[in-house]
Design a binder for this molecule. Sequence first.
Ligand SMILES: Nc1ncnc2c1ncn2[C@@H]1O[C@H](COP(=O)(O)OP(=O)(O)OP(=O)(O)O)[C@@H](O)[C@H]1O
Length: 583
Amino acid sequence: MKELKHLNKYFKKYRLKLFLGIIITVVARLFQLVLPTYVNKSISAVQSFLNGEIVKNEAKELLLEFIFIIIGAALLSAFFTFLMRQTIINISRYIEYDLKNEIFDHYQKLSLNFYKKNRTGDLMNRISEDVNEVRMYAGPAIMYGIQTLTLFACLIPLMFIKAPTLAAYTLLPLPILSVLIYQISKVIHRRSTIVQQYLSTLSTFTQEVFSGVSVIKAYALEPQTNDELVTLAIDGKEKSVNLAKVNAWFFPLMILLIGISNILVIYIGGKQYLAGEISVGLIAEFILYVNMLTWPVAIVGWLTSIVQRAAASQERINEFLNVAPELKNTPTYNHKVKGKIEFKNVGFTYEDTEITALSNLSFTIEEGETTAILGKTGSGKSTILDLVARLYDTTSGEILIDNEPIKHFDLTNLRESIGAVPQDAFLFSDSIKNNIKFGKEDATDEEIINIAKEAVVHENIIGFSKKYDTVLGERGITLSGGQKQRVSIARALIKKPKIYLFDDCLSAVDTETEEEILNNLKKASKNRTTLIVSHRVSSAKNADKILVLEDGRLIQEGTHEELNSMPGYYKELYHKQLSEKEN
Ligand SMILES: Nc1ncnc2c1ncn2[C@@H]1O[C@H](COP(=O)(O)OP(=O)(O)OP(=O)(O)O)[C@@H](O)[C@H]1O
């Protein structure tokens, strides 16, 4: 249970509300205790009337008074029960909110490696399902726990004071009930975990099927996909039926044991009444006690299983919360980024695949310079850009920005100074306008339009009926690959950062549009350091400098004229692409 200690800071935060909640819970239960005592008194009043000890009017008055007290107590108990839920259940909702924020904040600090090691479904499950299990502990478990304790603490001594023998017999089946319910809860827990896991598999499967629906259709894989789903569904049905079977035992068992307790009260109480030891009213009072105690006793088993489940969920949450962010943000250099970039003997190996993407790489890009990076696929071009944005730290060597080690910069400051356009342009399921504004929250409509023009996507956008308000992605239209790339370029341009990182972002654009965009980029990137990764010489030839990579090493460096005048990869590529264009 030590995992749940993590929640103590939240209980501390809401301690006043919690204390109030506990007091209210106790008060609500105390009012509940009025009913059995006054039912006893009412029956005794009727009995006194039947025995001729009091007259009809006296009996009536007494009954009326008792009924008012019972109704009053019930109303007060209901009112305090409402307040109890308003405090304790609300606290659990606050804790749920705080915990979700804590996890989400932490997720955001974790490196890309973390996201590669863990599946998105799992990350989402821990922040939703697991937090929900923990909430059950922080709210309902505490509320019912206090309720049960209060009832036990008040009722059991009261019963023993009023009729010790009857109390002992009446309470006898209750521990058995508690143990049985605990055992059933354990099985329910085990089987519901299996059902949860199954649901997780089912949603991963369906999510993949829907995301890859075009591939499934293109390969006519619908029958196989259906078969797989049917197999999964049959499996799920069996698991759910197993759970339902054990669930079905819960209430019959409770009713059986309540029944036994009631029979004991009537039998033992009846014998004691005949012996003149107790009154009929007391038997009625005890029957009410038994019924009041049954639910709390049953709940002991249920509470144990809630606490166990919460501990298991908190353990899963803590597992991620304890992952220290790989990238340490300990800024010592607080100047704004100007844009000079220097790689000094940089080596980089991806942790998960152990692929060495860069080896002993050194180059310098002056502030405001445009550099193109070329090389075969897998030669390490994108890795360079990721290292400049400090998405990873180098394995060996050092990267300097403005002659300062990159690690000395505040991560937010560094990344705010960068406008990156990744290889796979990712756009959110939002309007085109908001997707562009993502680069600058307070951009005006005019700015957005101008930038879209620079990225040569304005004409496409105004062709849509809702223009800049056109919603993209799952909820809206799908842009073509080239349109996506250009919206993504607009998003980077509007930021007007000190460093641009363009990762093969014109690959899906025709050569004429490419030329137009490159011309615009030239203007936009004036006095801004620009790195352009590309497979096309046309994107590279106007750069101040061209770097050619092979297997993570720098094999050529120079201007277009320099590289074109010497034999090598660049010259070959240039002539090959030139003749392709001419043909
Ligand atoms: N996130 C990653 N995790 C593990 N290995 C990776 C990752 N990204 C790239 N690699 C590996 O590192 C090497 C360099 O990849 P990188 O993406 O930098 O090459 P690239 O030159 O940009 O390729 P392309 O032109 O195809 O985009 C490749 O062998 C690749 O398999």
